[in-house]
Design a protein around this ligand. Structure first.
Ligand SMILES: [Zn+2]
Ligand SMILES: [Zn+2]
Ligand SMILES: [Zn+2]
Ligand SMILES: [Zn+2]
Ligand SMILES: [Zn+2]
Ligand SMILES: [Zn+2]
Ligand SMILES: [Zn+2]
Ligand SMILES: [Zn+2]
Length: 327
């Protein structure tokens, strides 16, 4: 029998009065009903984003038509493309951190080394990215003010370059774009995202007419790992309730049979199939508390109802959810 003894049942909904039995739900089914959608991916912080014209200008049969100086210039531009950088970016420059005056590959490299638990708390700090002023060309070593083309050797230090965010990246397959409303660069292609002013963030177009707007939804920490979501480089999901959480943290939650939003307790995905199963499971059990009535509050629809007490779970009469609590 798939039904598990109560003792073996894990706690499922954080605030549900009694643990529900989800162990009987098979994973593939669960994934099929997940309705949250990846909201956005972030690139770095903050309006002019320039992607240099790619090889299309120069390659193929057109080469013959380009005069010598242009092709020289192009060669200089492209020199070392994708060959320099760090774990975070392909780029042809390093940066001088305005905070500690040290040289790093990028601000994430700086933060990893200067803002880690290994560093004395008083000396820990993040690089104030808008204040970045100096970069060092990786090809010729010339230190200069932030710009896209090296003042000395003419190399393009980042095929994608954002003047506001001081962001350089040769890997344009990320489809970086700068969102003025967000004030930062994001990835995934401008055409695939829209900026929701109420949520205060760029969301996938898939969510345009289908997400629940929550004032400043993205301007808080992930309820699981506490990373600030707006600037997170990991994918973020918008739950049906409008709250936001890292995609990977949501996955982890589900793996631990947690199906309720940590912020508002609403179900994080369509649970109707699970509830139907639970209906069937409960029907096979005899309930020895037939006389006892309890009041419950539904975490999903907010309805209050009086139901027969049951050891396993209480079902909301309004929306059929078992995501309820006794009140
Ligand atoms: Zn620093
Ligand atoms: Zn140079
Ligand atoms: Zn930008
Ligand atoms: Zn935006
Ligand atoms: Zn919104
Ligand atoms: Zn998280
Ligand atoms: Zn929520
Ligand atoms: Zn309900």
């Amino acid at each position: 029998m798939r039904f598990l003894l109560i003792g073996a049942v894990r706690r499922c909904f954080g605030l549900v009065s009694i643990c529900l039995v989800f162990s009987s739900i098979q994973q593939p089914e669960l994934h099929a009903v997940v309705s949250s959608v990846t909201a956005f991916s972030i690139e770095s912080h903050p309006a002019k984003c320039i992607i240099l014209a790619g090889p299309s200008l120069f390659d193929g049969n057109d080469t013959a038509r380009i005069d010598g100086s242009k092709s020289d210039e192009y060669e200089r531009f492209e020199k070392g493309l994708m060959q320099y950088g760090c774990a975070h970016y392909r780029r042809r420059c390093r940066i001088r951190a305005p905070c500690c005056n040290e040289i790093f590959d990028c601000r994430h490299c700086h933060n990893e080394s200067k803002n880690s638990i290994k560093i004395d708390t008083l000396r820990r700090h993040e690089l104030p990215r808008h204040e970045l002023q100096q970069v060092i060309c990786s090809l010729c070593g010339t230190e200069q003010e932030v710009r896209q083309i090296c003042i000395n050797c003419g190399v393009c230090m980042g095929k994608y370059f954002c003047e506001v965010c001081k962001l350089f990246d040769d890997d344009v397959s990320k489809q970086q774009y700068h969102c003025h409303a967000c004030g930062i660069c994001r990835i995934g292609g401008r055409e695939n995202f829209f900026h929701c002013s109420k949520c205060g963030c760029c969301y996938s177009k898939v969510l345009k007419n289908s997400h629940a707007c929550v004032e400043g939804a993205m301007h808080h920490d992930c309820p699981i790992c506490f990373e600030y979501l707006f600037e997170s480089r990991n994918d973020v999901s918008v739950l049906p309730c409008g709250h936001t959480i890292h995609e990977k943290c949501l996955k982890e939650m589900k793996e631990h049979c947690q199906f309720a939003c940590p912020l508002c307790s609403k179900s994080v995905c369509d649970m109707s199939k699970a509830w139907e199963r639970l209906d069937a499971e409960l029907a096979t059990l005899s309930n020895s508390f037939d006389d006892k009535v309890v009041r419950i509050l539904c975490n999903d629809c907010g309805a209050v109802s009086e139901v027969q007490f049951h050891l396993i779970a209480h079902k909301c009469h309004s929306c059929k959810s078992y995501n309820t609590r006794q009140i």
